[in-house]
Structures are given as C-alpha cells and as structure tokens.
Design a protein around this ligand. Structure first.
Ligand SMILES: C[S@@+](CC[C@H](N)C(=O)[O-])C[C@H]1O[C@@H](n2cnc3c(N)ncnc32)[C@H](O)[C@@H]1O
Length: 286
C-alpha cells in the first residue's frame, strides 16, 4: 500500500524545532508563527497532491538534515577553502538543504540540486518565496537510476562544467567537492543502491577531502524491513553500517564512517537512521 494524493494530511505532525523555525522565518520573510505554519501547510498540500511522499506528509522537509550531519561544519569549511567548490544535493525535494547550505555561506551559484520531480523544486520557490533570480541556484531534474542521467562509467573532462547548460549529472563527473544525499538511497533495492553508490562516487572530485555525506534508514543487520509508517506498509532494503561502508570502499579510495542513530516515529515505533560519510582519501581514478 502506498500513499495517494487522497490520503488526508495531518497538521498535528507540523513542528519546527528552534533552528528550523529561525531558518524558515528568515528564508520566507514570514515572522509570525501562525502565518508561517499556514504557509507551510498550504505548500505541503500542493506538493502532496502531485507527489504523495511520506517525507512530505511527515514534514521531512522542515528537518534541516544537512546541518544536523556531523560532517556539516567541515563541509562548509571545504567550501570556504576552495573558491570554486561545487556542492550537489541529491534527491533535493523542495531544495531545503541546498538553501540551508547557501544560508550558511556556500555560494548560491555553486550549489546544484537534483530530483526526479521538477514540480518539487518549483514548489520550493513557492515555499521559500523566491524566484530563479533571487535564488539563482542550479536545479536539474532526472532519475538518478537512469544511466543516461547518471552513469557510473565516467566521461572525464578537464574543463570546468558550464552549470548553466547542464543536461545531466553525467556532465559533472569528477567535478564535485561535496555531495549530500539524505533519505534517498533507502527508496531503492539493494542492487540499485549499490549501483547508485558507484555512480555517485564517480561524480566526486578526486581531490583528497572531497566528501559524500548523508543519512537514511538503516538496520543493525542488513535486510528488508516491512513496517507500518504512518499507517502504511512500507518495504525497504536497508544496509547496515559495515556493509554500507564496504560499498563505498569498493567504489573508490574512501575513508568511510557510518553509525546508526535510534529514532522514534510519530506513532512511537523505534527505528534506525544511518548517518554516514565517504571522504576521498587519496588521488584516484574514480
Ligand atoms: C524521502 S525524500 C528526501 C528529500 C530530502 N533529501 C530530505 O532529506 O528531506 C526523497 C526525494 O528523492 C526523490 N527521488 C525519488 N526517486 C528518485 C530518483 N529515482 N531520482 C532522483 N530523485 C528521486 C523524490 O522526488 C524526493 O524528493
């Protein structure tokens, strides 16, 4: 069973922590909390009508996952150290994490976001009351499992990419200093996740310190979970930290870290989020 656009939304799940409240007030220019809530609920409803995802239902886009990641501060430092560093957010939804990185100093024209749903990025402009002129960050729509969009067979070019004319992520092979990927890998089968690891690894710059980081559902022992999420049965393949690190280590000269964090869902069930990173350790041919 999957969510459909007819699933009634539950406004009681709306809750912004102090950091998210400050971020949304600043980004939207709405300082009155009831008005902000009303605005966020209205955009959530529009998004859910076209993309009835659990992450939209449960306000996942208000969680500022990127800045809660333990590598976030060092990622921002990478951006400051290298004037031309590029950051990619994979599976960006409304672009909330890209906007957080920009708010914290990453140059807006050096952030690229990608998602299979163009409408979600467009609704991000509605959510954050911006326009492509006021928030001139690149977005490229596409299916990250489609090799014509993202292949693990890199075509390397030495010239810097022209972000204004990107046609696919394949134009970015070997060019990215940092890649953020949260709550996306667990959407796919074990084989698709393994193949996506290789493809994403091929996008990373071979410079030591370049990093891929994120979080998604994990398990203490890899396998398939079937569980009730907000009343729906969801099936997911989850790697465990050791098998997840091995996937990255097989994909390049990465120093990897992965830990499980216990999370409690709104209905009180216990689960695990895997928080992980893969850092380029030496020059590579990836
Ligand atoms: C669970 S949401 C996570 C959004 C955001 N990264 C976060 O952590 O809040 C998953 C996102 O991945 C996108 N997505 C799903 N399948 C995809 C695919 N095959 N290629 C690219 N994006 C995909 C969805 O449209 C959605 O925006």
């Amino acid at each position: 069973m999957a969510f459909t656009s007819d699933t009634p939304l539950d406004p009681s799940l709306y809750s912004l922590d102090p950091a998210a409240l400050e971020f949304f007030k600043k980004q939207t220019g709405i300082t009155e909390e009831d008005e902000l809530k009303h605005h966020i609920l209205a955009v959530q409803a529009k998004a859910f009508a076209v993309a009835p995802y659990p992450c939209i239902y449960s306000f996942g886009f208000t969680r500022l996952r990127i800045s809660r990641h333990p590598k976030y501060q060092s990622v921002l430092q990478l951006g400051r150290d290298c004037g031309s560093a590029l950051l990619l957010d994979l599976g960006c939804c409304f672009g909330n994490d890209a906007r957080k990185a920009v708010a914290d100093g990453w140059p807006v024209t050096q952030v690229i976001s990608t998602d299979i749903r163009q409408e979600l990025w467009d609704l991000g402009h509605v959510l954050f009351r911006s326009t492509p002129t006021s928030f001139p960050s690149q977005f490229i729509a596409g299916d990250c499992l489609d090799p014509t969009f993202l292949s693990s067979e890199p075509v390397m070019s030495r010239s810097p990419p022209d972000l204004s004319s990107l046609t696919s992520l394949n134009d970015l092979h070997g060019k990215l200093t940092a890649i953020h990927a949260s709550s996306i890998f667990h959407l796919f089968s074990a084989e698709e996740q393994a193949s996506l690891v290789r493809a994403v690894a091929s996008l990373l710059s071979p410079a030591p310190g370049s990093i891929i980081f994120g979080s998604h559902v994990g398990l203490p022992k890899q396998g398939t979970i079937r569980e009730e999420v907000l009343g729906m049965t969801v099936e997911m393949y989850c790697y465990d930290p050791e098998s997840w690190k091995k996937l990255w280590e097989d994909a390049g000269p990465f120093k990897t870290e992965a830990i499980l964090k216990e999370v409690i869902s709104p209905n009180g069930e216990i689960g695990w989020m895997m928080v992980w990173s893969a850092t380029m350790s030496t020059k590579s041919n990836v």
